[in-house]
Design a protein around this ligand. Structure first.
Ligand code: SAH
Ligand code: SF4
Length: 362
C-alpha cells in the first residue's frame, strides 16, 4: 500500500515552519524537527527524542521522513559507491560517491534522464525524462550520509565533503528544485555543506548561469568539450541556442569567480574528434581572460556509442599544451569503472540486464 503521508524531506525552512504551524506547532518545534532531520539524520520520528512521545506519534501519523528505496547499491574495487534510487512513482536516478584520500565528492542527479542530447552522453538517450523534486535531490545526499555514517553533521574531516551536480540531467533546466535542494544542503543547522564545496555543472544554459552565481554562489563547471561552434553544435547541441561566445561571456561575468575560485571547463576526450593540439591551442585562446581550469575527462564508452576515448598520448599531449599556458588540466582518473560509475550508466546497465533476462533463450 502506498504511503499517503506527507514527506518532509525537501521542504525548506519556511515551508516546514508553515507546515508545523498548520499542524498546531510553534516555530521552535519546526526548528527542532529540522535539526533532527538534517543535522542528526534521524529517519524516524520515534527517534526524535527532543519531542514528547505524543507529538512523535502524531507526527508519524501525518508525515514521513522516508528516503527513496535503494534498488541497487554497488561498491567499486576503488571504493567508489553507487546507488540506484527508486522514487515513489517508480522512476529511477543514480548517485555516485567518489572518495579520495582526504575528501570525497558526491555526484548528484537533477533529473531522470535529460532532454538535451549531447552525442557522447548516455543519459541523453534515455527516453523517460522528468525533473527531480527538491526532496529527491536532498534525499540523495541523505542516503550517502546514511552510508558513510556521518551523522550528526560534523564540520571537520568529513568523508563526504563535496557535492557535484554532475549526475543525470541538466541542473539548470530544473533550476528551482536544484536551488531549493542546495539551499537545504547548505543550511548551517543541517547538512551544512558550504557553497565553496558545491559545484554545479552545466552544458551551458546561459540565461540561468548568472542567477546560479548570484543566488546560490556555488562553483561553476561548464561542459565545454569543443573549441569551435561547428564542433560544439554536434557534441553539445544546446550550443546552437547559446553559442560559445555567449557562454564564455556568462563565465566572464559569473559572480564570485576569481583566480582563487576558478571556473572549471570540462572537456571529454574523444579520439580524433576534439583532441588535436590545434584544438588545445584554441582553448587556451578562448579562456585567456577567464579565471579558468580544465578537467580532461576520458570518454567513458557505452553500448552503441559512436566515439572512442582518446589515446593516453593524445590526452597527455593535450594536457601539456594547456599546462604550458598556465592552465591546470588534470586528466580525470576514471573511477568505479567496474560499477559503471560514470553519468547515466548504471540505470541503463540494469535495463540491459533486464532486457537480457527477458530475452528468449537462443
Ligand atoms: N548535464 C550537466 C551535468 C551532468 S553530466 C552537464 O552536461 O554538464 C557531467 C559531466 O559528464 C559533463 O561534463 C558531461 O559532459 C560528462 N559526460 C557525460 N557522458 C560522458 C561519457 N560517456 N564519458 C565522459 N564524460 C561524460
Ligand atoms: Fe544532458 Fe549533460 Fe548528458 Fe548533455 S552531457 S545529455 S546536458 S546530462
Amino acid at each position: 500500500m502506498s504511503d499517503t503521508r506527507t514527506n518532509l524531506i525537501g521542504l525548506d525552512r519556511a515551508e516546514l515552519t508553515a507546515e508545523m504551524a498548520a499542524f498546531g506547532e510553534k516555530p521552535f518545534r519546526a526548528r527542532q524537527i529540522w535539526q533532527a532531520m538534517y543535522f542528526q539524520g534521524v529517519a524516524d520520528f520515534s527517534d526524535m527524542t527532543t519531542l514528547s512521545k505524543d507529538l512523535r506519534a502524531r507526527l508519524a501519523e501525518r508525515y514521513s521522513i522516508a528516503r527513496p528505496d535503494i534498488s541497487r547499491a554497488l561498491v567499486s574495487e576503488d571504493n567508489s559507491r553507487k546507488w540506484l534510487l527508486r522514487f515513489a512513482d517508480g522512476n529511477q536516478a543514480e548517485t555516485v560517491f567518489i572518495p579520495e584520500d582526504d575528501r570525497g565528492a558526491l555526484c548528484v542527479s537533477s533529473q531522470v534522464g535529460c532532454t538535451l542530447t549531447c552525442s557522447f552522453c548516455h543519459t541523453g538517450t534515455q527516453r523517460l525524462v522528468r525533473n527531480l523534486t527538491a526532496g529527491e535531490i536532498v534525499a540523495q545526499v541523505m542516503i550517502a550520509r546514511d552510508a558513510t555514517g556521518e551523522w550528526p553533521s560534523a564540520q571537520e574531516d568529513r568523508l563526504m565533503s563535496n557535492i557535484v551536480m554532475m549526475g543525470m540531467g541538466e541542473p539548470l533546466l530544473n533550476y528551482d528544485n536544484v536551488a531549493k535542494a542546495l539551499g537545504i544542503v547548505m543550511d548551517g543547522e543541517g547538512i551544512a555543506i558550504s557553497k565553496r564545496r558545491i559545484t554545479l555543472s552545466t552544458s551551458g544554459v546561459v540565461p540561468l548561469i548568472r542567477r546560479c552565481g548570484e543566488e546560490l554562489g556555488v562553483n561553476l563547471a561548464i561542459s565545454l568539450h569543443a573549441p569551435t561552434d561547428e564542433l560544439r553544435d554536434v557534441l553539445v547541441p544546446i550550443n546552437k541556442r547559446y553559442p560559445i561566445a555567449e557562454l564564455l561571456q556568462a563565465c566572464r561575468e559569473y559572480p564570485g569567480s576569481s583566480n582563487a575560485r576558478r571556473i572549471t571547463f570540462e572537456y571529454v576526450m574523444l579520439n580524433g574528434i576534439n583532441d588535436s593540439p590545434a584544438e588545445a591551442h584554441e582553448l587556451v585562446r578562448l579562456v585567456k581572460d577567464i579565471p579558468a581550469k580544465f578537467n580532461l575527462i576520458p570518454f567513458n564508452p557505452w553500448p552503441g556509442a559512436i566515439y572512442t576515448c582518446s589515446s593516453n598520448n593524445a590526452m597527455h599531449r593535450f594536457a601539456k599544451i594547456l599546462n604550458d599556458a598556465g592552465l591546470s588540466a588534470p586528466i580525470r582518473v576514471p573511477r568505479g569503472r567496474d560499477i559503471m560509475a560514470a553519468c547515466g550508466q548504471l540505470k541503463s546497465a540494469s535495463q540491459h540486464a533486464r532486457l537480457k533476462a527477458n530475452a528468449p533463450a537462443a
